[in-house]
Design a protein around this ligand. Sequence first.
Ligand SMILES: [Zn+2]
Length: 278
Amino acid sequence: MTKKLILAALSACVFATPLSAQDAPDIELWRLDCGIIQLSDAAPFSDTHLWDGDERTLTDSCYLIRHGDQHMLWDTGLPSALKGTSATQWVFTLSVERTITEQLADLGLTPEDIDFVGISHYHNDHIGQASEFAHAKLLIGRGDAEAVASGAMEETRAQLAPWLAEGAEGEVTRIGMDHDVFQDGSVVIKGMPGHTPGHSTLLVRLPETGDVMLTGDLYHFEEQVENKGIPVFNTNRADTLASFHRFDQMAENLGATVIIQHDPRHIDRLPAFPESAK
Ligand SMILES: [Zn+2]
């Protein structure tokens, strides 16, 4: 290569223009209301007795992402059957005001428009409406998929049966740790085990709003970020602490907007439905 050509190549690198707005992925993020969880006693949310006897209200949020002409749900909330009623299990009283399908209709979408269902973990308040999108591809942490397939959780197994039951035909990706959903870095599932064996969080890199990190149930409420409170029902305490560390560092390095999915105080960190964050 001649000196002139080398210089030309170097200057092309140095002065390479950044991606134009037209090249940036076309993405929107909506917060959906996927239920309410009343806690008669928050004691189970700390294995060091941080909240014994406290009553709390948790929101149950799930999320819709449009990437070009493709759509992804992140978590599917409590079961539709809870609409117009409520159920009490242990310290939890669960209810649903509107189903995901009803909220999709407000946006002119039907369940068939959903291409991917990503779930943070296998608990009932995150997979409750999953089977209504059985044609979509399921994205699930491998550790969770294996736990469900082992048959330990009857209710969970039914909701995920279209993908995880023996002989099921639903398309599924079992994620080892991280997974770049659209292969352009814009929507990335980040493995953060500990709450469950395959628990995951989601990074959404929006063109205008910036980076948004959805916690799954790594954290349930804001106080946990400071006091590192760990629920008694987490499957691995050490993994949870390691995941707190990874999540907090990532959020700080990216300057991301953190949304704790169950904390009602975080609802207004995204526009009110049907508005979206862009
Ligand atoms: Zn939850």
